[in-house]
Ligand binder design. Structure first.
Ligand SMILES: [Zn+2]
Length: 250
């Protein structure tokens, strides 16, 4: 029997934007704070963190790509993790990065005992970023003394990392984006990173405003709907009501 996993959703910052900003082509809507999420996951034995937020680099982010980014002191990656589940950075065994935009891997360097699981295609895109979204990849998050190459595990497609915990490719937002599928007491819970920013991307087939390939995004949405009973979009503010699960799809 597969292990049962439990997820705790943790906010580690927010970006003020219009409600419909993540929905390509929609009217802007009212301003809202879109959270930056990460997910602490455990089966009672292994401690896994999905994405690591923006770490300690708020000033650089505000001065650069995202002037409307905010982070309360308690939302720093390490502080937020400690408060939510009681784990210190050294307690985390595995980090899964859905993709390598700065707001999903900015805290990786804090986790000195972890290995970082990412798709090889994403790693290669981040190493040599091109096009309109290149500014979202920050080279300093990929290497350095606390990020030696042997700590990165590069995946080629779908893989079960542990019983009941698997990743599968969901490209479109980025070339090598992956989502995480967890076997839980409430069915298959899918942590989709920025493949789906807010629920309507998925339920109304509207691609995210930031993407490299809209056709691939639509295929990824279909794959997520096929696999998931519940879903956790990467920046949906309504998830504040779901500390241990996601939106129910089925
Ligand atoms: Zn992203």
């Amino acid at each position: 029997m597969e292990d049962q996993w439990e997820l705790t959703l943790i906010q580690c910052g927010r970006i003020t934007a219009n409600t419909n900003a993540p929905l390509l082509g929609r009217e802007p809507g009212a301003p809202v704070e879109l959270p930056i999420w990460m997910g602490a996951v455990t089966d009672g034995k292994v401690r896994v963190l999905i994405d690591t937020g923006i770490g300690e680099d708020l000033d650089e982010i505000v001065a650069g790509p995202e002037p409307n980014c905010l982070q309360e002191p308690g939302e720093h990656t390490a502080a937020a993790l400690k408060r939510a589940v009681g784990w210190g950075p050294e307690d985390v065994d595995i980090v899964i990065n859905t993709h390598l935009h700065y707001d999903h891997c900015g805290g990786n360097r804090l986790f000195s005992n972890a290995r970082f699981y990412v798709q090889r295609r994403e790693w290669e895109a981040a190493k040599d970023p091109k096009g309109d979204t290149a500014y979202l990849y920050w080279p300093k998050y990929l290497s350095g003394p606390d990020m030696p190459p042997e700590r990165w595990v590069l995946l080629d497609g779908e893989k079960e990392l542990l019983p009941g915990l698997r990743v599968f490719p969901t490209p479109g937002h980025t070339p090598g984006h992956q989502s995480v599928l967890l076997s839980t007491g409430d069915g298959a819970l899918c942590y989709v990173g920025d493949a789906v920013s807010v629920l309507e991307n998925l339920t109304e087939d509207v691609v995210t405003s930031i993407h490299v390939d809209p056709e691939q995004s639509l295929k990824s949405y279909a794959e997520i709907r096929r696999r998931a009973d519940q879903v956790i979009p990467g920046h949906d503010y309504r998830l504040r009501e779901y500390s241990h699960g996601g939106f129910v799809l089925k």
